[in-house]
Ligand binder design. Structure first.
Ligand code: AMP
Length: 399
């Protein structure tokens, strides 16, 4: 496994440092930041750069303004939030390139912090336009990537700029992601148990395939389980499933058998005869063991499965969890997911939450302080777990 250099490995004093952060925060109608966890997550890296006397230029995207200036997607509300968290002044600039930015950057003092306006106000960001990347790169001598959530994209600020600068390293956030999603799952403390859930086999099949080479046990939940049930010749009623992925599911089961990986599927399922996602309600519910009747769809793992899965998690030394066990957005079909969240948090081993909805579930259940690591990536985490090289990481200097 390649290990990238971090901000601990380089000279920072007096250097102009372009830091790609992930400040893609939710804003309410008044433009106030409603969840500042992404800002908080960037603090250790910024503090270190400040302490070392770097000239810090922060850049991020927010939403999808598609190359236009959209006021509701301005990063300006983030500057005061960041300033308060750092207890340091933060200068916000109205653009990320152009004369005003050039002048401000030219006159920076050691330790000063500038936050640039939304990168995606420029089309060149997502298209990795070389001219746009050159303009961004002209601000700095060092590139720091600390935005794991966009590391799977070769955008101007995640890839193009890095190619143009002589020194490119990761911040603490990405370093942690690589440690936990990479090293800790590649040479795990065993037994290593992986829990995968969510809607589709097609989204996770590559992850399953890669983890079959590493895990001792793979546990399947969520709607994904119904495609696997079909592969085993079971009836799934009206459950969400992918009949065209049954062959893929069969090969995963076969690979698990060949490799001696325990591959667990639900032994019971909570079914309903009416699911209204918008109204957040279920009709009648009942537990199915084996086949699910027509007119009914599976919405959560059943109580027996929950017990078996929780025991498996409790006995593992390393647990990796990605994807809910059921439609956890609806209270009546959220029990399985929250029981797994509890089991993962209460386990004695290393617990790694692989991003997306599982992070949401852990946060909602109040167990976030009890897990070892929660990934900040969604798509990026999945691609990394698949074993793919992420452009925003691959471009960094190796140790
Ligand atoms: P993913 O983005 O693939 O991790 O999938 C997350 C989504 O899968 C959540 O919105 C869940 O509501 C949904 N999901 C999980 N289990 C089921 C199920 N049994 N039926 C329908 N949707 C499900």
């Amino acid at each position: 496994m390649s290990v990238v250099q971090t901000i601990d490995d380089i000279e920072l004093r007096g250097k102009r440092v372009f830091v790609r952060v992930d400040f893609n925060v939710p804003l309410d109608a008044d433009g106030s930041v409603t969840d500042d966890s992404r800002v908080k997550a960037a603090i250790p890296t910024i503090h270190k750069l400040h302490k070392e006397g770097a000239k810090i230029i922060l850049a991020s995207h927010l939403g999808r303004p598609k190359g236009e200036r959209v006021d509701s997607m301005s990063l300006s509300p983030v500057a005061p939030v960041l300033s308060e968290k750092l207890s340091l002044p933060v200068t916000f600039l109205n653009d990320c390139v152009g004369e005003e930015v050039d002048r401000a950057v030219e006159n920076m003092q050691e330790g000063q912090i500038i936050l640039l306006e939304n990168l995606r106000y420029h089309k060149g960001e997502t298209s990795n336009d070389i001219e746009f990347a050159r303009k961004l790169a002209s601000h700095a001598e060092v590139f720091v990537n600390d935005a794991f959530g966009t590391a799977h994209r070769a955008h101007a600020s995640t890839f193009g700029v890095a190619e143009l600068l002589p020194v490119k390293v990761s911040g603490y956030l990405i370093a942690k992601e690589l440690e936990f999603l990479g090293e800790k799952t590649s040479s795990p403390e065993r037994p290593f148990t992986v829990i995968l859930g969510g809607a589709k086999v097609s989204d996770k099949i590559m992850v399953i395939d890669a983890l079959l080479d590493k895990a001792d046990t793979i546990i399947i939940g969520g709607a994904m389980a119904y495609t696997f049930a079909m592969a085993n010749g079971k009836k799934v009623g009206d459950s969400l499933c992918e009949p065209d992925k049954v062959e893929l599911a069969k090969s995963a089961i076969e690979k698990a058998r060949e490799k001696g990986v325990r591959f667990l599927l639900p032994v019971d399922t909570l079914g309903t005869n009416a699911l209204d996602f918008d109204a957040k309600s279920l009709g009648e519910t009942k537990i199915f063991e084996g086949d699910i009747d027509d007119g009914w769809e599976g919405v959560d793992i059943g109580p027996k499965t929950t017990e078996i899965y929780a025991k498996e998690v409790a006995s593992a030394k390393t647990v990796l969890w990605n994807g809910p066990m059921g439609v956890f957005e609806i209270v009546d079909s959220s029990k399985g997911t929250f029981a797994i969240a509890k089991a993962v948090a209460e386990g004695n081993g290393i617990s790694i939450i692989g991003g997306g909805d599982s992070v949401k579930a852990i946060n909602q259940s109040g167990y976030s302080d009890d897990v070892t690591f929660m990934s900040t990536g969604g798509g990026a985490s999945l691609e990394f777990l698949e074993g793919k090289s992420l452009p925003g990481v691959a471009v960094l200097d190796q140790k």
